[in-house]
Design a protein around this ligand. Sequence first.
Ligand SMILES: [Zn+2]
Length: 404
Amino acid sequence: MTFSLDPEAAEPLLQVAARNLERLRSVPELGARYADVEAPRTLAELAALPPLVKDELNTALAHLRPAAADSATWLFQSGGSTGAPKVGYAPTGFYMAGVHAHWQPLDRTDVFVNAWGAGRMWGAHFLAAALADLSGCQIIALGSVTQEEYPDWLAFFADRRVTAIGGTPSVLRLWFGHARAAGLKLPALRKVLWLGEAWQPQLADDMAEVAPQAERWGMFGSTETWVVGTNTPDCPADTFHTLPEQLVHADADQLLDFTTLNPAMLNPVLRYRTGDAGELTACPCGLPGRAMRVLGRRDSVVQVRGLGLHVDELVARAEREPGVRQAQVLVTQQGGRAASVELLLLADPAVDLAGLRRELFAATFTLATAFQHDPDSFRVRAVDALISNGRTGKTANSVVREVE
Ligand SMILES: [Zn+2]
């Protein structure tokens, strides 16, 4: 199974892909690569088109400057972890009617805290608001808060009998972590909506303490593709049911690409690669149709002295250690060469850092080999906070820092 949809379902809608091919062909920087490509009529022809990566999509958007047919056109941050924000476009509504038709985690009785950061051209807060609007629930549009504000807001949530909250898993961990540390319970909370990062299993531990009734409801997407798929508490956290207007393809290397079949989509999403790997499979929840299982990011491999370090594996291994709440890999480069690799931990004081360091060093071929002659260049350190991207609010599993 290499596509999320069968040919009978997808091929009648490929005129959207053909139109996006024409738009991409009109972009001077991309014209040459699409010059001899014919409009796809079948899934096989679509799979033969050149894939599009983030920078190319941004180049195309800078030229196309799309506008919504009958609403405002919103500009959002799209890609680029450094420098000036790159721009993606969406109409008011953010395509959430199509999502709501298939996925209704919220209903009129819910009191929903929208804890995705608002402003700074972030998209998630607004798409969650659009979903909540369609659900007819009560909305508390909170956005992000500062460290000192958690206790007061948590008391407010308890007072208002909040039933649902949504945010990135990193942000949700802060909410539940603060509540748990303060011994605060949110007994009315039943739904935790998430989007923007992979689910973090440690969240389930904190949720069980703070809000025993709460279950996770996930969305998968990006600012370029918008929401591609959703899941329910009955689905594994890494598996999403894709929408009929989103055609997902997994190539022989399990690299995913996305093609929109929605004629209203402003971004020319045609075989667009987000860098996520995955497979199309049946979901154990029993819902019919194909689901997309996300296997992590292919760009989670960082080069360390010519060897590929699998950051996600190292982080997952560290986070299995009792007392380690979250881990992050910091690679410091000097003149393009890895000078050191540090594993930063949010951890209880009781964690044996030296022991964990020894174990990880011995068990990680890349580290043991790359730092064979200077093993002290791999360090494990407890920190008060991991390094977050101030623009996107995300905490990546790895950060590469260049020093003079
Ligand atoms: Zn499922």
